[in-house]
Design a protein around this ligand. Structure first.
Ligand SMILES: Nc1ncnc2c1ncn2[C@@H]1O[C@H](COP(=O)(O)OP(=O)(O)OP(=O)(O)O)[C@@H](O)[C@H]1O
Length: 298
């Protein structure tokens, strides 16, 4: 794997708080990776370390093989939108971008094209004071894109975006990926992430508790299967013999937990139990998230 972001045994303590606890992961080039975890699980701290804004207590985080501070031309390597972006309220969106363009050594001519790209073409001459949360998010994104970076790190980018904005953001991220660029995106809105990411990393209390493509994680978690059969008692025993727990769910009905329709069907066939109705309820990313973080708590 051509890993563009590598986090290796990263630990960050703030006094007695262990924000990140020996975390290791890699993000392959040309992918969109979702960075998920409950509040306070260490996502922002990890992203800040990657961007050289926080010094690790131990371990390291690198982009294209180097810590941020050692990147020769950081604006062209990595761009970021972190929480709580600060803007000078009296500046227009265009002036804000021009200031950052100068600092990053980027041609001024790029500014208007970027404002149009993020949908702020018409608002470019308005003061940021009057921008909505969603407009500020778009301006942050434009700032992150100034150097046309190969890697984009986004902390909660969907915050404040309306449904149209969220769809636009998804298409935008897909386009970046299709150009071979890499995106690491943290989000609380799991259903939005699930649609666009190639894989997810789930953090809990500063540690990685799950990692992989969404489809693999949801398939591995199995699904509740609701089944109506000629003999629920015998079917329940047959399933138990295979390690599957089933509970009664009204006359004739069972719910078999954490399994697949194929497995329930095969068990019933083996025991010659007629099945009348059956439906599997596949797991969602949200189920996985709640399950792995709940397990980690136990
Ligand atoms: N500068 C700091 N000083 C002290 N504690 C901090 C600091 N930054 C983060 N923490 C603590 O580290 C832990 C991880 O915080 P972090 O912001 O990385 O989590 P997060 O996963 O990004 O949370 P959220 O989803 O709420 O943004 C929390 O307990 C937080 O209180």
């Amino acid at each position: 794997m051509d890993a563009v972001i590598e986090v290796d045994s990263l630990t960050k303590r703030f006094g007695r708080t262990v924000a990140v606890d020996g975390l290791s992961f890699a993000v392959p080039r040309g992918s969109i990776v979702g960075f998920l975890g409950p509040n306070g699980s260490g996502k922002t701290t990890t992203l800040r370390t990657l961007l050289g804004l926080t010094t690790p207590t131990a371990g390291r985080a690198t982009v294209e093989g180097r810590p941020y501070a050692a990147l020769p031309d950081p604006a062209r390597v990595i761009g970021a939108v972190l929480d709580a972006a600060q803007f000078h309220p009296g500046r227009t969106g265009r002036d804000h971008l021009r200031v950052f363009a100068r600092a990053a050594g980027v041609a001024r001519s790029r500014v208007d094209a970027l404002l149009r790209l993020v949908g702020l073409g018409e608002a470019a001459g308005r003061r940021v004071r009057g921008y909505s949360l969603g407009m500020r998010q778009r301006l942050s994104l434009a700032t992150a894109l100034l150097g046309d970076p190969r890697v984009l790190v986004l902390d909660e980018p969907a915050n404040g975006l309306d449904p149209q904005g969220i769809r636009w953001l998804r298409d935008f991220l897909r386009d970046r990926r299709d150009e071979g660029r890499t995106v690491l995106v943290s989000s609380h809105v799991l259903s939005e992430v699930a649609q666009v990411v190639d894989e997810v990393l789930v953090l809990h209390k500063g540690r990685l508790v799950a990692q992989g493509p969404v489809a693999e994680l949801t398939a591995a978690a199995g699904a509740p299967v609701r089944v109506r059969s000629a003999d629920p008692g015998r079917l329940s025993e047959a399933l138990a013999a295979r390690g599957v727990t089933a509970t009664g769910d009204g006359p004739g009905w069972l719910v078999a937990h954490r399994t697949t329709a194929e497995s329930v069907g095969a068990t019933a066939a083996e025991h010659r139990i007629a099945i009348y109705e059956m439906a599997a309820h596949p797991r969602t990313l949200e189920d996985i998230f709640l399950h792995v973080t709940g397990e980690a708590d136990r």
